[in-house]
Design a protein around this ligand. Structure first.
Ligand code: ATP
Length: 363
């Protein structure tokens, strides 16, 4: 017997899919627990939708296995058909049936007698806050409302797992965050395991308990959003979530010389080419006081002088681009938008050591 508390709702092991001789999904493994949202996050074409289609059963892997609630639903020989996998689907273009009322749309996949169906439909419409629309037709609803009905329809048969492929991408930008939050509330209340595909880091950070970062068919990093953001595995993983600054250098005596003084890089051997990566919001800036900057501190290291090349107002913050006195290179910093320095202003930058990532240059 499988233990419902410790058994993942969804487990995929070593899934590989080859199209025309190219591995589009490459040895992908992941688990999703009940009530957990995992986001498959990655750039367009990295294999996210193919992975989802394989789990849904509409495409077939070349190697690997899929388990739902601990039971094998698909390997390379055995295959439970899509409709018997207890998997709900919600895709961007997964339209409602236009000729059916909201009630009939939501009731569509529910088995059982009429009164059970009706009770379940009402329960779900209440959860998505659209009970008042029960007798309406899809064309009478806004895009956001249709999306909530589509969610109710997908959840109606009580699937163990919900697969969602860019479900919010068709919606108005201003509506998205509200719908993401309300969708999450409903999914958590139903204790469904969710695998959500997105190419938007913001969406993944907002919705996921766990992010699986995908690139070229492989999962390159997996973990809680906080950890993925604050401890990226490489430069590309860091750059996926925000703009980054990159300072290149060569290790000598376990350190790299930068505009900000010696930057320790143990245990990398001498001669290693490294990239020191810092996000613009983590560079600190200070005023020039007659050619002097703030005092060095162990945490911030030595300050470095730079000249404002460009400053742009971005709403909540300003993006300031600096040319470094040290070597003429450019660094970007974001600062609260109350501050918009003029081009040509000398300033001092500090690079907090605990906010930097050091990666060897990929060969
Ligand atoms: N049936 C197919 N035959 C051949 N190549 C395919 C097929 N389906 C997908 N591909 C290729 O596999 C790669 C991954 O596609 P997939 O749709 O999984 O990526 P994705 O990460 O979901 O991208 P997007 O966000 O743009 O949908 C792409 O290069 C795509 O062209």
């Amino acid at each position: 017997m499988t233990d419902p508390v410790t058994t993942p709702r969804l487990e995929i092991r070593n899934i590989t899919r080859v199209f025309e001789g190219r591995e589009v999904v490459s040895d992908v493994s992941l688990t999703v627990m009940p009530g957990q949202v995992t986001c498959l996050l990655g750039p367009s074409g990295c294999g996210k939708s193919t992975t989802l289609r394989i789990i849904a059963g509409v495409d077939m892997q070349d190697t690997g296995e899929i388990y739902v609630d601990g039971n094998l639903v698909c390997d390379t020989q055995f295959r439970v058909p899509p409709e018997r996998r207890s998997i709900g689907l919600m895709f961007q273009d997964f339209a409602l049936f236009p000729h059916l009322s909201v009630e009939d749309n939501v009731a569509f996949g529910i088995k059982g007698d009429k009164s059970n169906k009706r009770a379940r439909v009402r329960e779900l419409l209440e959860k998505v806050d659209l009970l008042r629309a029960i007798d309406k037709y899809p064309h009478e609803l806004s895009g956001g409302e249709q999306q909530r009905i589509a969610l109710a329809r997908a959840l109606a048969p009580r699937p163990s797992i919900m697969l969602m492929d860019e479900p919010f991408s068709g919606l108005d930008e201003r509506l998205k965050d509200d719908i993401r939050d309300s969708t999450l509330d409903v999914l958590k209340a139903e204790n469904t395991a969710v695998l959500l595909v997105t190419h938007e880091p913001h969406e993944a950070m907002r919705m996921a308990d766990e992010i699986a970062l995908m690139r070229d068919g492989k999962i390159v990093q997996q973990g809680a959003p906080y950890n993925i953001y604050n401890a990226p595995v490489d430069r590309q993983a860091a750059a996926f979530f925000s703009d980054i600054n990159v300072i290149r250098g060569t290790v000598r005596n376990m350190a790299v010389t930068t505009a900000f003084g010696e930057f320790l890089c143990p245990p990398r051997p001498d001669g290693t080419e490294v990239e020191i990566v810092i996000r613009p919001q983590h560079l600190r800036i200070d005023f020039d006081r007659d050619g002097r900057g703030p005092n060095p501190t162990p945490q911030d290291g030595a300050p470095a002088r730079a000249i404002v090349e460009r400053a742009r107002f971005m709403g909540r913050e300003s993006l300031v681009e600096f040319r470094m006195d040290f070597d003429g290179s450019m660094l970007k910093a974001t600062v609260p938008s109350v501050f918009l320095p003029k081009t040509g202003t000398p300033m001092w930058l500090m690079m907090r050591r605990d906010r930097c990532f050091v990666f060897p240059v990929a060969s």
